[in-house]
Design a protein around this ligand. Structure first.
Ligand SMILES: *Cc1c(COP(=O)(O)O)cnc(C)c1O
Length: 299
């Protein structure tokens, strides 16, 4: 594939990566008809340039506020895609043991991997702890007990962040709305400080912070502002109670352009992060999935 071209304009101009030229569909400089003649069809083809460009756009916007980017592997778990992002310095957000193995196979250091998601098995939790995972985002009081049991059996300590449900409507499709109080995700925000205080006293667990992910395909930035502001208030309240909250994970969900609908302005997204949580001094992370890869490939 063509050498990486550093450009800011990916959201507006991804036709550079996927385009018809002289009536023939191309990805970068590669004519897909030539690929189809050489290998069995159907196949997926991804533009490394488009993925690098998206990553660099987001990374540049977030650098001034020092936010780690952890790609949500469920958006595309192709190991070549993971490797490409890992080489750029990207961490990963995984939701299963299979995704953990794929990330490790792509040479992503465990110290850059966050384990999210409901329904983690004991075996998956054990493997994550054994490889030295950066953080396990716990979804419920019941899961906290399971992680503690698994860590105890291993004689290790597990770094846990609390997935918080801030009861904010992401104003997106109901099936990808994950932070209203009716959703199955996260611990109700009002219960977090007490539960976190309990965990801080459990020797097998290291309470490292709080996390939020309000949904996907979000175009209106206001739900982000509301959710991140709620998290800032929560962190302040927790610290007021003497709790240590070194990390804040803001989740993914940035909408991608499709058809005539433009994607949100990444500069505004970064500004909202800076305005709402920039003053806390937490180590910040985001977990974009679709936005990094969703327009970079074809079947
Ligand atoms: C799906 C998911 C993401 C990524 O969502 P996108 O809309 O693809 O950015 C991030 N974090 C968690 C916990 C998720 O479940």
């Amino acid at each position: 594939m063509k050498k990486y071209v550093e450009e800011e304009t990916w959201q507006d101009d991804d036709r550079r990566w996927l385009a018809y030229r002289a009536g023939a569909l191309h990805i970068e400089d590669v004519r897909l008809g030539a690929v189809a003649a050489a290998i069995p069809t159907p196949f997926y083809c991804y533009s490394a340039g488009a993925i690098r460009s998206a990553y660099m756009t987001l990374s540049r916007a977030l650098t001034p506020i020092d936010v780690a980017i952890c790609y949500a592997v469920k958006a595309n778990s192709n190991i070549a895609v993971l490797r490409l992002l890992a080489e750029l310095g990207c961490g990963m957000d995984i939701v299963s043991g299979g995704e953990l193995e794929r990330a490790l196979a792509a040479d992503v250091p465990a110290s850059r991997i966050i384990f999210s998601g409901v329904g983690k098995t004991r075996a998956e939790i054990a493997r994550a702890i054994q490889v030295g995972i950066h953080q396990i985002n716990v979804e419920s009081a019941a899961e906290i007990s399971v992680v503690a049991e698994v860590a105890r059996a291993l004689g290790k300590r597990a770094p846990v962040a609390f997935r918080v449900n801030p009861d904010v409507d992401a104003k997106t499709h109901a099936k990808i709305t994950t932070a209203t109080k009716d959703s199955k995700f996260g611990i109700a925000i009002g219960q977090v400080p007490d539960l976190y205080a309990q965990v801080a006293a459990v020797p097998e667990l290291e309470a490292v912070g709080v996390a939020v992910h309000i949904g996907s395909q979000i175009y209106d930035m206001e739900p982000f502002r509301r959710a991140f502001s709620a998290m800032a208030e929560l962190v302040t309240e927790m610290r007021g109670r003497g709790l240590s909250v070194p990390r804040l994970d803001l989740g993914g969900g940035i909408g991608i352009a499709s058809g005539d609908k433009p994607g949100p302005d990444i500069g505004r997204y970064a500004a909202i992060i800076a305005e709402t949580v920039g003053h806390l001094g937490c180590k910040l992370a985001v977990e974009p999935g679709r936005w990094l890869v969703g327009r970079a490939g074809l079947l």
